[in-house]
Design a protein around this ligand. Structure first.
Ligand code: ATP
Ligand code: MG
Length: 562
């Protein structure tokens, strides 16, 4: 599907609107924005919004389209510079670039303040002194209208004066608010005199202590869009009921541009939590080792896990953009990851859980042969490598069975198996320790089977191996689904459905020698085992750590059915 995408560029209702606006001449170009609040790390849901907003700019580049990165930093108590930096890094890693178009809502605090004064002057805003509880009480419900605050009709001059005192810090948090004066009986609760400024004596990560009043999201967002000349302001469905308010501000303020808000449905993949608030809890309560833990659905977690950015982009494209909320099968992402890694990953032989095999008829301890191993069967240009074989190797513990069932074609006493890219071996003797654990297998090899089948015998399996003397030891971390149910967010408490076995650590895995040069950021296919990458945090030259990005096939679907 992805391969054909440039032949038949997929569309959606937002792109249709944009095309129509360009065709009709309503706009000569498009300006979109991605507006994160810097109060956490970005997650997979944000990737959808990033791909949409930056994607539209790329597709319309010939008209001079652009996409802004705007930090919606109007809530000083939860925001930090660390988040700003991580968000920038994640967007770049996904393959998008805002160029010079980096903005902060906080850059507009002075302008927003002036516009608030404009509304007061026009009789369209007032300072209210009801408490937060009273405001809630007066607001009414979905079925009953609200009622007017006793301060609603206070003189303009009085509101102007108090608002200015609010700014200069004369009141405590929550003592007064500025509200737009719209209609307390409007069926849409968002239009019942929404609060547009509140007092908050908190240090802001950019403006420090310059301000002790902060604009509401609704007041700031649309006006920042207007200042930046955004043409299409794309947001998720929960803002649909806010659109009349968005439009009200744009209509009632002397803004330089009139952006249009369009809503689309959020991405909610199975087995994943998609809310920053909960992701913060996962980190702070220690369910994971930080925002970039490979079990996290954050972009940084997925990067560390080895998910290629191309796979995330292709997944977002497959999911598409609609108005229907629903859950998306995470298997679609897995599929995109496997497709991408299958194309790009170098093949390697790695034994996760080793057992020693000695070839008793090998010509001698000093005798070594170089086996030719192919780097990627789908891409000849990636070439081949040599792996030395000198009579002793590691194989996977579960590639051997002492009492095999009928259809077990791998190694067992008396049976024959091929060592991949090499000779066939036969197991003659099983050595065990005093507890009965298999510690070594004594085998013989058939020198006539290099690259061809043994005469008159059928060898049904080829198993991977690593040379004993040249093997590199490494730690390997296997990851499974982070949650045991497909909708963890729908549980009363997602903590009860955490998969406590989502991480398995193997301390004694054996790598083929070429992996000494493994680099952070590269992905490898460990033959028959899956795709792996070097851990970017805990790995060092003398102690390599690999993360399993994904297994070769989906074993979960089967387990789940049982
Ligand atoms: P969360 O609900 O996870 O806390 P948020 O919407 O509060 O996310 P913001 O930083 O405000 O996070 O989001 C930035 C942009 O990303 C917004 O335009 C928002 O609509 C969009 N976005 C957030 N979550 C999703 C999602 N699951 N699917 C698509 N877009 C999303
Ligand atoms: Mg938000």
């Amino acid at each position: 599907m992805a391969e054909n995408s440039n032949i038949n560029e997929s569309s959606d209702f937002i792109r249709d609107i944009i095309r129509a606006d360009l065709d009709s001449g309503k706009h000569s170009t498009t300006v979109t924005r991605f507006p994160p609040e810097p109060n956490g790390y970005l997650h997979l849901g944000h990737a959808k919004s990033i791909c949409l907003n930056f994607g539209i700019a790329e597709e319309n580049a010939s008209t001079g389209s652009r996409c802004h990165l705007r930090f919606d930093d109007t809530n000083p108590t939860k925001e930090e510079t660390e988040y700003v930096d991580s968000i920038k890094e994640d967007i770049k890693w996904l393959g998008f670039d805002w160029g010079d178009h980096l903005f902060f809502a906080s850059d507009n605090f002075e302008q927003l303040y002036e516009w608030a004064i404009h509304l007061i002057n026009e009789g369209k805003a007032y300072v209210d002194e009801l408490t937060a509880d009273q405001i809630r009480e007066y607001r009414g419900t979905l079925t009953e209208p609200g009622k007017d605050s006793p301060f609603r009709d206070r003189p303009v001059k009085e509101s102007l004066e108090i608002f200015s005192q609010m700014r200069s810090g004369e009141f405590k948090d929550g003592e007064k608010v500025l509200r737009a004066k719209i209609d307390m009986a409007d069926p849409n609760i968002n239009l019942r005199d929404p609060v547009i400024y509140r007092i908050l004596h908190a240090k802001h990560h950019r403006t420090g202590t310059d301000w002790c009043i902060y604009p509401s999201y609704d007041f700031a967002h649309g006006q920042c869009d207007a200042i930046e000349a955004i043409t299409h302001s794309l947001c998720t469905l929960e803002f649909e009921q806010h659109r009349p308010l968005y439009d009200w501000f744009v209509e009632n303020l002397p803004v330089p541009h009139k952006p249009r808000q369009i809503e689309f449905s959020k991405l909610q993949p199975t087995f994943t939590l998609m809310s920053k608030r909960r992701l913060i809890q996962m980190v702070e309560e220690g369910h994971v080792d930080g925002w970039d833990d490979p079990r996290m659905s954050t972009i940084s977690g997925m990067r560390r896990r080895g998910y290629p950015p191309e796979a995330l982009r292709s997944f977002c494209k497959t999911v598409g953009v609609t108005k229907f909320s629903g859950i998306t099968d995470i298997a679609l992402l897995d599929h995109a990851i496997r497709e991408q890694l299958n194309r790009e990953a170098l093949r390697k032989m790695v034994v996760l859980d080793p057992i020693k095999v000695s070839i008793t008829n090998w010509p001698g301890e000093d005798h070594s042969e170089q086996m030719n191993a192919i780097n990627n069967p789908g891409d000849d240009s990636l070439g081949a490598r040599k792996i030395p074989l000198s009579g002793t190797v590691f194989i996977e513990r579960d590639d051997f069975m002492e009492d095999p069932p009928k259809k077990f074609y791998r190694l067992s006493p008396g049976s024959e198996v091929r060592l991949r890219y090499s000779y066939c071996i036969k197991c003659d003797e099983v050595i065990k320790d005093s507890d009965g654990n298999v510690t070594e297998l004594k085998c013989t090899y058939d020198p006539l089977t290099l690259g061809k089948n043994p005469e008159g015998r059928k060898v049904r399996a080829a198993i991977h191996w690593v040379p004993f003397n040249e093997a590199i030891s490494a730690e390997i971390r296997l990851y499974d689904r982070t949650f045991i149910v497909d909708e963890p967010g729908a549980e009363d408490d997602w903590r009860t459905v955490i998969n406590t076995e989502a991480l398995t650590v193997l301390k004694n895995s054996k790598l083929e020698p070429s992996l000494a040069e493994a680099i952070i950021g590269a992905s490898y296919q460990f033959e028959r085992k899956g795709y792996f990458c070097v851990d970017s945090k805990n790995s060092s030259i003398d102690s390599l750590v690999f993360n399993r990005t994904i297994a070769l096939r989906d074993s979960w679907a089967k387990i789940n059915k049982k």
